[in-house]
Design a protein around this ligand. Structure first.
Ligand SMILES: [Ca+2]
Length: 244
């Protein structure tokens, strides 16, 4: 029976038609279609996963290129700004250096050497009696050394009286001090004990435990020694030996 039916189909239909019929497909004008869809050539291709990935890659690549360009622009601008800033800083430094150099050259050119005041001979020594400045004892020490001398260290009553006759103010620093050992009066010049001391009455009193430098003080028209606060500011007497 099956053989008879197949023979009838072969007689009516061609072989491709028979195959299409049996597989559930239609054959129209040589194009195969399904029974449930139009011609296969007219079906829109569904994007594959690879296609979507490729599309995403494309978008990412575009963004990266765009970002790269922006970064290049940013760095280019940054470089220009940094170079400009550095140039400005260098210019300012150059200017400051030039100004400092000019100040230094000016200071060097206008610096005056220490003027050596005129010493006066009194007895066997030469003295410079300052009546122009009021300085503390330490400054007085340096003032005398600047002019090649030391604060005066009177050696005798005769010397004290001779010097006193040339004084016009009340207070003058001497070289004597007890900065090392309280109550032991020494000369800064030699580090030795003062050979001659002539104090006013009630002196030295180390008033308020803060008097360690010695001045020649005029009290009641009489010059004698008094211990005083080393920071007190007054005139001073410099001396240098005859051979100096
Ligand atoms: Ca005193």
């Amino acid at each position: 029976m099956k053989i008879i039916l197949f023979g009838i189909l072969v007689t009516i239909l061609s072989v491709p038609e028979i195959i299409a019929h049996l597989s559930g497909l239609n054959l129209e004008n040589g194009q195969i279609t399904t029974r449930y869809s139009p011609n296969l050539d007219t079906v829109e291709p569904h994007p594959s996963a690879a296609g979507r990935v490729q599309e995403q890659f494309g978008k990412v690549e575009e963004k990266l290129i765009s970002l790269d360009q922006k970064l290049e622009e940013k760095f280019a601008n940054l470089d220009q700004k940094m170079v400009k800033k550095l140039d400005e800083m260098l210019a300012k430094l150059d200017q400051k250096l030039e100004e400092k150099g000019a100040d230094l050259r000016n200071a060097m050119s206008t610096r005056k050497p220490v003027e050596i005041p005129k010493f006066q001979k009194i007895g066997v020594k030469s003295y410079y009696i300052d009546n122009t400045e009021n300085v503390n004892w330490f400054v007085a020490v340096h003032k005398c050394r600047e002019i090649g001398a030391n604060l005066a260290s009177l050696q005798s009553m005769e010397e004290l009286k001779a010097v006193s006759e040339n004084l016009i103010d009340k207070h003058y620093w001497l070289d004597v001090n007890d900065l090392g050992i309280k109550g032991v009066y020494k000369l800064l010049k030699s580090g030795q004990k003062a050979a001659f001391l002539h104090w006013h009455h009630w002196q030295p009193d180390n008033y308020e435990n803060n008097e360690h430098c010695v001045e020649l003080l005029n009290r009641d028209s009489n010059y004698a020694m008094n211990d005083r606060d080393c920071q007190f500011k007054c005139h001073f007497i410099c001396e240098k030996d005859e051979q100096n």
